[in-house]
Design a protein around this ligand. Structure first.
Ligand SMILES: Nc1nc2c(c(=O)[nH]1)N[C@H]1C(S)=C(S)[C@@H](COP(=O)(O)OP(=O)(O)OC[C@H]3O[C@@H](n4cnc5c(=O)[nH]c(N)nc54)[C@H](O)[C@@H]3O)O[C@H]1N2
Ligand SMILES: Nc1nc2c(c(=O)[nH]1)N[C@H]1C(S)=C(S)[C@@H](COP(=O)(O)OP(=O)(O)OC[C@H]3O[C@@H](n4cnc5c(=O)[nH]c(N)nc54)[C@H](O)[C@@H]3O)O[C@H]1N2
Ligand code: SF4
Ligand SMILES: [Mo]
Length: 859
């Protein structure tokens, strides 16, 4: 029997199985899969003509054969009301993953709702409302009537600022172009909601304001560039665990020299060698281990800098490279400049950790006026950011020799004088790191100075989190800085809160205080609801309104499973997810594909886009009933019947190049899709864009990229330096290969929960023995922000005084100990957290059988 999968035989996929184009709905990489379905009473045969692979399955297959699937890729689900076999297996013909799965994507089938095989039975099947002191199922009309009446009432009493929203802004599950448009049209089209936050941060802002202000969009290269680069500079990311198949299928081959023929073919006039890689991370990750194990240490450089000092390193590298003359002067002259309009000063109120250096951004609406660094030209940035090797070494804790080595790998001209091609990649170690705006600008400074944007083997890119799927009406009314929504909720602001596909009880910062305030406020409304008969709608709405006036909060959660924040809510709405609806998204190289619906959603669950539309319909009905015709008219245009209607109204009509894109064409493009933006259609295929800025023109008014004046200023967010001074341990945090996000589906999967019943905290063995902590013991992690718990995982490579904890986990929320301090634009600083650690208990029964082997492997 396959481990914990209760199955020892798998059916053969018949030759006539239905095949659906599918994109993994987890991470940014967006691996191509195929979903096969066929009637539950049949299976294929071993003869080549009888199975979907067209091979003779009675013969032993070779090790890497595609004519195979694993137990985790199998399930029995319903399709149009009938039970069918489902196999979701990676597609060998997809250029993204070339047939690779990962510990997450390879489990998509077994993570599907199946009554036949009892998987994911936690899925929400019906709307639920708080009734008689508990959750009870109800009809869509009843639930939406209550949501609409309370929402309309709050807007009447408080204006649209009384409606708070937390919503995904991404692709893949809990998003996609259909659903971000559905929610976007509701809150930014029909309404102009300002108190809205994104799933992963407490405001409606950009993770990468700086690079965008500089004219460099954050997903500007293509995955092939990682194969063509001379050097990959990877800052604050752990791609083996978090962007798995991008790393395995495009980075490792370059390091191994396997992409040399491709380099030779595409760039015939240059000298080529196997790629090198630089990792910037305070911690030694398994990505670093994997590179060393695969290609030896000579071409792998780990800069284990002091937490939060990336900006100093980037500025030091820029200085050294410029002084050596290793910059791309021709590119700088042709494609970069200071902004044309001189920035005028503006007296803007700064958020926490505000900076005196505030200027108007040219060409931006008046609201966007706080600035953390000034846009300038190359000379301006170099002068402002100049940092000697000695200074850089002392701040970062790195040796001067290693900094010089990194500079050489990044920019020293190649044999024969050719420019070195370097791909600059970053993710949450930078984004959720110290001084987001300046650090993000500083990495783009380095990429621009060395001429590495818009060219083969280059790029200055986010590695990414989820897939992307952003298309929404203009959001500039939200302002910049945007409202710090969590803070306002804690302070008692707002009357109604709509939550779409996020569980901020597990994933926000300052989480303990957030949860305490949220519970207090939502409990007020629950108590009020308990006191009136549910069927008396008028009295119910009055009771809720009175509780809101008294500081209460009415909360609506749209999700696919029960969540921790959902436990505080009053209405819970069941969403359909990827595969249960047609859904489009793009990956980290802007590759857009469709995932075709291959199964029915559980019960009455509906696509988020249609839930948003139905909320709009009910709001319109109720406003019409109460005689508010003008307000009701704003909710026109939500008569969508299917997710495709939402797609045509949103992406097709509003995205750049969207007019060329339809479901039909996307179906024809399969798992390879096209790279956005679309530029036309030729021979029935959408024509895309391989790299942005290949013509040397950037996303600014005059087409010139700007540099950023971004000098080092220590730990920027308020209170972080004091926290560091006070507490002995860095509480670094982030992802693990096996777990997807807040484990919302993983909690129902024995494979994951057996491995991680509690979040691990990687600790140096000597720190453990000093605290009398053994492997698997539960420890408390605490500081002045709150406390949480984790399971100690001895990690010989962990530096003393630095631990790494799995983030967002249901049985131990790391966000409890993250302070509420943010940057000027309300970007959180999850990674720089310091605290203390003490033992709570010996390893509990669920932990005792676990292996605590080091996670590294030998080459
Ligand atoms: N300490 C710390 N905190 C962090 C981070 C960190 O590194 N450290 N990282 C941050 C980042 S980058 C992220 S992305 C966030 C993640 O924070 P969240 O977005 O809050 O976490 P997820 O687990 O992705 O939550 C997704 C929710 O969406 C639901 N869902 C899934 N599919 C669908 C769907 O199709 N429709 C609907 N309506 N719901 C769906 C899931 O059931 C789940 O409850 O955490 C952030 N918080
Ligand atoms: N397996 C898996 N994959 C995922 C996800 C998942 O939940 N599970 N989530 C997806 C999402 S939404 C996101 S946003 C991405 C995140 O992808 P990543 O950013 O790659 O992942 P993280 O583990 O959050 O953080 C990366 C690294 O930042 C380092 N770091 C911490 N502090 C610093 C610092 O001061 N400087 C530098 N340079 N580095 C620092 C950490 O040690 C860690 O190794 O992953 C995506 N992929
Ligand atoms: S690497 Fe990402 S997209 Fe690919 S299978 Fe794994 S989770 Fe899915
Ligand atoms: Mo993320």
């Amino acid at each position: 029997m396959a481990y914990k999968r209760q199955i020892d035989r798998l059916p053969i996929i018949p030759a006539d199985a239905k095949v659906h184009t599918t994109v993994c709905h987890y991470c940014i990489v967006g691996c191509g899969y195929k979903a096969y379905t066929w009637d539950v009473n049949r299976q294929g045969g071993t003869a080549p003509g009888e199975n979907a692979f067209g091979v003779d399955l009675s013969e032993q297959q070779y090790a890497q054969t595609p004519a195979w699937y694993s137990p985790s890729m199998y399930n029995i689900v319903e399709q149009d009301g009938r039970p069918v076999h489902l196999v979701i297996k990676p597609d060998h013909d997809c250029v993204v993953n070339s047939g690779l799965a990962s510990p997450r994507g390879g489990r998509m089938a077994e993570m599907s709702y199946s009554r036949a095989r009892s998987t994911q039975l936690r899925r929400l099947t019906n709307p639920m409302v708080w009734r008689y002191g508990q959750y009870q199922p109800t009809s869509w009309d009843d639930a939406l009537d209550l949501v609409a009446r309370v929402t309309a009432r709050v807007i009447k009493d408080q204006g649209e600022d009384g409606l708070f929203v937390s919503a995904f802004d991404h692709g893949g599950a809990g998003g996609g172009y259909e659903n971000t448009w559905g929610t976007g049209k509701l809150y930014f089209g029909a309404m102009k909601v300002r108190n809205i936050r994104i799933h992963n941060r407490p405001a409606y802002n950009s993770e990468v304001h700086a690079t965008r202000d500089m004219g460099v969009g954050e997903l500007n290269n293509c995955y092939e560039d990682a194969e063509l680069a001379d050097t990959i500079f990877c800052m604050g990311a752990n791609p083996l665990e978090a962007q798995t198949n991008y790393f395995l299928n495009h980075w490792i081959p370059n390091l191994r020299g396997e992409s040399l023929p491709k380099k030779q073919e595409q760039m015939p006039d240059e000298a080529h060698a196997p790629g090198r890689i630089i990792f910037v991370d305070p911690r030694r990750t398994v990505s670093i281990n994997a590179c060393e194990a695969e290609v030896g240490k000579d071409n792998v450089l780990h800069l284990a800098l002091n937490s939060g000092t990336d900006l100093a390193l980037l500025n030091g590298l820029l200085t050294y490279i410029a002084d050596k003359g290793w910059i791309d002067r021709a590119f700088i002259d042709a494609s970069t400049a200071a902004p044309a309009a001189a920035p005028a000063p503006a007296p803007a109120p700064a958020a926490d950790g505000g900076d005196a250096d505030q200027t108007l951004l040219p060409g931006r609406p008046e609201v966007e006026r706080v600035q953390a660094g000034r846009l300038t030209d190359f000379a301006g940035a170099l002068a402002a950011n100049r940092m000697t090797l000695a200074e850089t070494a002392s701040i970062t804790g790195l040796s001067e020799a290693d900094i010089v080595k990194a500079a050489e790998w990044i920019a020293q001209p190649k044999d024969g004088g050719g420019r070195r091609r370097t791909m600059f990649a970053y993710e949450k170690g930078l984004i959720w790191g110290n001084d987001n705006y300046r650090t993000n600008g500083a990495i783009a400074n380095l990429a621009l100075a060395t001429g590495n944007v818009g060219r083969e083997g280059g790029g200055c890119v986010r590695l990414g989190g989820h897939q992307e799927g952003y298309v929404r009406p203009d959001a500039s009314h939200v302002g910049r800085p945007a409202a710090y929504v969590d803070k306002l909720l804690i302070e008692g602001k707002g009357g109604v809160h709509h939550i779409w596909g996020c569980d901020n009880y597990k994933t926000t910062l300052n989480a303990m205080e957030f949860k305490a305030a949220y519970k207090r406020r939502t409990d007020k409304v629950k108590d009020a609801m308990n006191r009136v008969p549910y069927g008396d709608r008028a009295a119910m709405v009055e009771a809720i309104a009175a509780a809101i006036a008294d500081g209460g909060l009415f909360a609506v959660d749209v999700d696919i499973v029960p969540t921790q924040i959902g436990e505080a809510c009053h209405v819970i709405l069941p969403a359909a997810t990827s595969g249960e609806m047609n859904l489009t998204s793009m990956n980290g190289e802007r590759r857009m594909r469709i995932t075709e619906r291959y199964m029915d959603p559980p019960g009455e669950a509906m696509p988020d886009a249609l839930i948003a539309a139905r909320i709009a319909n009910h709001l319109q009905r109720i406003l019409t009933e109460t005689g508010e015709a003008a307000a009701a008219a704003k909710f026109e245009g939500f008569d969508w019947k299917t997710e495709e209607d939402a797609f045509m109204d949103g992406y097709h009509a509003h995205a750049e190049g969207g007019e060329h894109v339809t479901y039909e064409l996307l179906r024809a493009m399969g798992t390879n899709g096209f790279q956005e933006p679309a530029t036309g259609v030729a021979d029935g295929r959408i024509v895309g864009t391989k790299r942005l800025y290949a013509d040397g023109k950037f996303s600014t008014e005059d087409g010139k990229a700007h540099f950023l004046d971004a000098p080092w200023r220590g730990l920027q967010a308020a209170g972080k330096q004091a926290e560091k001074d006070k507490f002995p341990f860095l509480i670094n945090n982030g992802r693990a290969n096996m777990v997807w996000q807040s484990a919302y589906l993983d909690v129902g999967n024995a494979f994951v929960m057996d491995r991680w019943p509690y979040p691990f905290v990687e600790m140096n063995p000597e720190d453990m023995s000093r605290l009398s902590v053994k492997e698997g013991d539960l420890v408390e992690i605490f500081n002045d922000n709150g406390s949480t718990q984790a399971m100690a995982y001895p990690t010989p490579s962990a530096r003393p005084g630095q631990v790494f904890m799995l983030f967002g986990f249901p049985t131990g929320v790391q966000g409890n100990v993250v302070s509420g301090a943010v940057n000027e634009f309300v970007i959180p600083n999850y990674k720089q957290t310091w605290g203390d650690i003490r033992k709570i208990s010996d390893a509990p029964e669920t932990v005792r059988h676990l292996s605590f082997k080091p996670k590294e492997y030998a080459g």
